[in-house]
Every structure is written in C-alpha cells, then in structure tokens.
Write a protein that binds this ligand. Sequence first.
Ligand code: SF4
Length: 311
Amino acid sequence: MEVRISGTHYPLETLGPGPRLGVWFQGCTLACPGCMSRHTWDGRGGGARSVADVLELWSAALAAGALGLTVSGGEPLQQPEALAALLSGAAGLRDAWAHGAGGAGDAEPRAAPREGAWAAGRATEPGRVGDPVPARVPGPGPTTAPTRLSASASAPTPSPEAAGTPDKGGTPAGDEPSRAVSGPGGSGSRADLLVYTGYEPHELTERQLTALEHADALVTGRFRVAEPTPLAWRGSANQRLRPLTPLGAVRYAPHLRRAATGRRLQPVTVPGPGGRTALRLYGVPLRGELVATERALRGAGVSLRDASWRP
Ligand code: SF4
C-alpha cells in the first residue's frame, strides 16, 4: 500500500502532546482561504512512499520515546485506504510495543473496542490559528468521555513541508508535555494516534469513518482565517478536538479548553532544491505570527522564497 505524503518529522513538538512522529499527507481539495500549507494541496505533489516505510519511522519513534503519532496534511481522509493502513499498523505496533514492554503502570486505559464508536452521537471541541491568548477560554465544557462520530456522507485534513513552508495540519503544541510513559525507552500503550482533518463529522463517508477506526483523537473542521482561537493545537475557533477512545479521552481531556502557551511553531531547516535551505514551520501560528516570522528573518538577512502560505 502506498501513501502520498508531503513529509514526516520526528520529534514533532507542536501538534499534540509530547514528542510525536508527524506525517503529512499530500493532497487537499478543500482550499481553505488562509491555509498555510498550500504546498500540500496538489494531489500529484509530495512523494509516494509505502505505508510500511512510514511504519518503520513509527517503530523508531516509539523506540525513541514518542508519545504519539500526528497525521495531518493536506487532507489525510482524501487517501482513506492509506490512512486506514497507516493507523491500523501504527496501533498494532504501539500495542505490541506496550505488551513487549510489559505495559505496566498504565494510568490511561487502552484503546477500547470501537463498536459503535462511529455509530452516532456528537463530538466536543473547537480550534486552529489564533490571536491574543486569554488565560481561559470560554466554550464547551471539557469532555472526558470519548466522542462518537455520526456517519453519513463523505471526507479529508491539513499538513506541511517545502521551502519556506509552515507545517500545520493542525495546531500548535510543544507547550504541554504529557505524562511520562512506561516501557523501556518507549511510550508503549500510551502513544496516541491523532488525526487532523478539514472535514466535519457529518461529511464523512463510510470509507473515511472506517479509515479512522484506530484514531484516538481527531481535530475536525476547515481552517477559517477570520475565526482565530487561542486554543492549543487548533487553528480556528470552529475546529473541534474530539477524543475517540478512552486513551484519547484521558490524554486530551486536559487540553480541550486549554489556551496554548509556549511556542506554536517549531522551525526545522532541511536541504532544499538548488542547494538552498528549506525552512519548515510545524504547528499552527497565531494571527500575524507568520508575518512577524518573515520580518524577523529579514532582519537577520534571510529572505523566504515560495512561502507556502502565500497564494
Ligand atoms: S487548512 Fe487543511 S483542510 Fe484547509 S485547505 Fe489547508 S490543508 Fe486543506
């Protein structure tokens, strides 16, 4: 099984709790105005990789102590079969790792059986790029129970990579490490699987719902540039963070209404085309943060070409 991706990164520190493996899918037709990851829109862009290769990265991340996998884009749900294979394989490796490590000392429940998890019901939370950051955010109360998504129509998510490109797919993080994990050098059963999608639950097709069977949490909804939010890991106020499993509920309950603190963008430089350096910015910036970043870089004598947030 192949998956077309924009890129991967470990340790990702700004899209979910703790150090994570980030995987950004390539291709998104949702075209949200203000999207900072326009380089991920072209379904023919990025590169094809086998899911098995990506799972090798996940195994290495677990061994290095990853607390989770964040899948963003681009829109992951526009490659539902590949996403299903990736999440299924990642959950299997995570569980095998946990069992191999003894899985002892788990304070968080393991992922529960998913029967009916998608059958009906609602979800719980908002998010993506924001402005000022109040200490406390009004809104829906935090949920401790996993969310149920309703099936019906059809669905995809956001991601990163490229020269002068910020990588979102979701939100800022790195600001709130999770609890420590058991297991020799790894995160075992505590490694959660988080998926960002631009779709709303009611838009998801059966294929897309099936693809999410092993996800522990979802961030849903289009990015709306006019609706900034201070919430951690979300880019606009309409977006919802939705725990889907007991593990997801325990891990994300403290963050459902938490305003982001600390850095929202994680800069990473990699070799770019033509011998140039490519700057990747992982996370979800506050309103104006990208402009401020460009200004600061200019002040340091660095100019960006082909910034992915510019049309
Ligand atoms: S914000 Fe996400 S869903 Fe919207 S166009 Fe960009 S990649 Fe697609």
